[in-house]
Ligand binder design. Structure first.
Ligand code: SF4
Ligand code: SF4
Length: 206
């Protein structure tokens, strides 16, 4: 998997959740259409009169989340950019061409109330629950950076009793000194920490 394929998968899923922060600071989530992708860029649109439009311009960050029919969860945390005014007509035509149902929603010249945004900087998390062991990977697009993640890790206090392995749903704890967690397959369920008799498992940012 890679960032470009994740973006393409979001286009295939087509209707995804996009979360913003409302004017009063409350979380806002909407279903939006991923209307076009190019390389590692995702395009969508909305109308100037919607609160969503103003949240996009004021907060300048969104979380996009889609789930494929194969149980692949793809999350994109990124910065939405309003495309330049002089390019809006070109992009609007392209998005309407690729998404014909939009002509039913905004027929004729009524489409002029719409504006096109692009996300080209951000971080992607790919989480595939349809395979065993599950797979978890992270990528960046544009000048996005990978954020620190809260992970379950095993410290040198581990005595090698093996109890955590018996409780791990994905068998992703490796024998060693100390034992270790294979992070790419970890659900982050916390069962290892709950069951370790010597508190050798920690939940911390790495
Ligand atoms: S349960 Fe704790 S002490 Fe035992 S192997 Fe796992 S991490 Fe190490
Ligand atoms: S958090 Fe859950 S999946 Fe990850 S190593 Fe611990 S028990 Fe296994």
């Amino acid at each position: 998997m890679d960032a470009k394929t994740c973006i393409q998968k979001l286009r295939l899923i087509a209707s995804v959740t996009m979360a913003t922060v409302g004017e009063d600071g409350s979380p806002q989530a909407r279903i939006i259409g991923v209307m076009h992708t190019e390389d590692e860029k995702l395009y969508f649109l909305t109308a100037r009169g919607k609160p969503f439009y103003h949240e996009l311009l004021s907060e300048k960050k969104v979380a996009v989340l889609g789930l494929s029919r194969f149980k692949e969860m793809i999350r994109l945390n990124g910065a939405p950019e309003l495309l330049p005014k002089e390019e809006q007509g070109k992009w609007l035509s392209l998005l309407f061409e690729e998404n014909p149902y939009m002509a039913n929603v905004y027929p004729g010249e009524t489409r002029e109330v719409l504006e096109v945004f692009c996300i080209r900087h951000g971080e992607i998390e790919y989480f595939h629950l349809g395979v065993r062991p599950i797979v978890r990977e992270s990528y960046t697009i544009g000048n996005g950076v990978l954020c620190e993640k809260l992970l379950y890790t095993i410290t040198d206090d581990c005595n090698g009793c093996g109890i955590c392995m018996r409780h791990c749903p994905q068998s992703c704890i490796k024998i060693g000194v100390p034992y270790s967690v294979e992070q790419a397959h970890c659900l982050r369920c916390g069962a290892c920490m709950e069951n370790c008799p010597v508190a050798a498992v920690k939940y911390r940012k790495e």
